[in-house]
Design a protein around this ligand. Structure first.
Ligand code: SME
Length: 162
C-alpha cells in the first residue's frame, strides 16, 4: 500500500514529495471521492503545520459543497463569492491569505486557523471546485505552495471523472 513518511520533512521537501507521489496515488482510479479523499490525506500528512486540508465541489447553483477532507468538521456550504474559497472561484486563481483575520468575509470553520491557501480546480476552462488548506501559523503559505497546489489541482482535474 501507499507509504508516506512525513516526519521531519521541510516545506520544500514536502512539496517535492507530494508532487512525486500524487501521480501514483491517482493512477488506475478515476473515482472523484476516492481520489480526493486520498489527495487530502496526502496533503495533510506531508505538509507541515496544517490543521485542515480538503476539497469543496462547485455545484451548478454556484454554491461550494464540502468534499473529502482531513481536519475538524467544516462548514458544508459556501455561497457564491463567499469566503476565501468563493474568492478563489471568482478569481479563477489561487488566493493566499497570510492572516485570515485581515481577510474581509473569511469564513472561520476552525478557530485555530490563521492562514489559508485556496486554489481552484479548473478543467477545460470550467471551475469544478477548490482545494483548501488551513494553517494555525500566520503567513504559513509561500508562493511555492500555491504553485505546487495548482499542479495538484490540475492533476486532480485530469485524473478524476467529474
Ligand atoms: N475558511 C474558508 C472556509 C472553509 S474552511 O477553512 C475549511 C473560507 O473562508 O472560504
Amino acid at each position: 500500500m501507499f507509504e508516506v513518511a512525513a516526519a521531519g520533512l521541510s516545506r520544500t521537501e514536502a512539496r517535492a514529495e507530494i508532487l512525486a507521489q500524487i501521480g501514483g496515488l491517482l493512477a488506475g482510479e478515476r473515482d472523484r471521492t476516492a481520489n480526493c479523499a486520498n489527495v487530502s490525506a496526502l496533503l495533510y500528512t506531508l505538509m507541515p503545520e496544517l490543521n485542515w486540508a480538503g476539497f469543496y465541489f462547485l455545484k451548478p447553483d454556484g454554491w461550494l459543497v464540502l468534499g473529502p477532507f482531513q481536519g475538524k468538521p467544516a462548514c458544508v456550504r459556501i455561497g457564491p463569492g463567499k469566503g476565501v474559497c468563493g474568492a478563489a472561484v471568482v478569481a479563477r486563481a489561487p488566493v493566499r491569505v497570510a492572516d485570515v483575520f485581515a481577510f474581509p468575509g473569511h469564513i472561520a470553520c476552525d478557530a485555530q486557523s490563521r492562514a489559508e491557501l485556496v486554489v481552484p480546480i479548473i478543467r477545460e476552462g470550467v471551475v469544478l471546485g477548490v482545494i483548501d488548506l488551513d494553517s494555525p501559523v500566520p503567513g504559513r503559505f509561500e508562493a511555492e505552495d500555491a504553485v505546487m497546489l495548482g499542479e495538484v489541482a490540475a492533476l486532480v482535474a485530469a485524473g478524476c471523472d467529474w
